[in-house]
Design a protein around this ligand. Sequence first.
Ligand SMILES: CC(C)(COP(=O)(O)OP(=O)(O)OC[C@H]1O[C@@H](n2cnc3c(N)ncnc32)[C@H](O)[C@@H]1OP(=O)(O)O)[C@@H](O)C(=O)NCCC(=O)NCCS
Length: 188
Amino acid sequence: MKEVLKLRTGEKIIIRHITESDIDGVWNNFNEVVEEGIYLPVLFPVKSRFEKQSWYNNIQKDREICIVAFHPDLKNPHNILGQCEISSLDWDAATHVGSLGIIVQKKYRDLGIGYHIIDMAIRESKNLNNKEKIILSCFSNNKRALHLYKKLGFKIVGSRVKQFYMDSKYYDEILMELWIDDYLTNNP
Ligand SMILES: CC(C)(COP(=O)(O)OP(=O)(O)OC[C@H]1O[C@@H](n2cnc3c(N)ncnc32)[C@H](O)[C@@H]1OP(=O)(O)O)[C@@H](O)C(=O)NCCC(=O)NCCS
């Protein structure tokens, strides 16, 4: 599956599955968000080539979904504007459930990229991996992410108070989920 998306800036980008040459772009985006220090419960950037490559190899081995927003006019690794991964859980009895993570490069946020890469990731996780339900979690003060998840139809199913402690501050974690068939009914 592949889609062209025209941004309101006039740029045309491609939404597609990850390929090996996207690895550095994906990890640059991850490390940028780690450095922002307010969105993910991760304290240290990932620098190791081995770790980056192993992550990619595992996605391929487990046939997990990772959808990227690719800018054809930018140079690698800046051409990967964002990524949405839907991974499997560790439980044998939860193979129908996927866990979603998403990041969009800071200067490309609020242009609809997040919406479109999640949309494709949800559809592909049903088509290719038979997923039925998508779960995620989010800091309670991440208003942009919560707005986007609710807009897509995710429902809040719980919260964990003061689940994370970073930079001398506590963060509550909001737990959300979405049934894919409901999503497809509402977004044919
Ligand atoms: C959250 C994130 C993935 C969303 O991607 P994106 O490409 O910016 O998302 P979109 O442009 O599709 O949608 C963003 C929406 O949030 C809205 N928004 C922006 N700031 C907002 C705020 N403070 N409060 C409420 N809504 C807000 C935008 O208006 C837009 O909604 P609309 O399309 O209805 O107008 C991206 O911003 C990001 O990477 N953030 C940092 C990392 C992160 O938070 N990851 C998720 C961790 S759970």
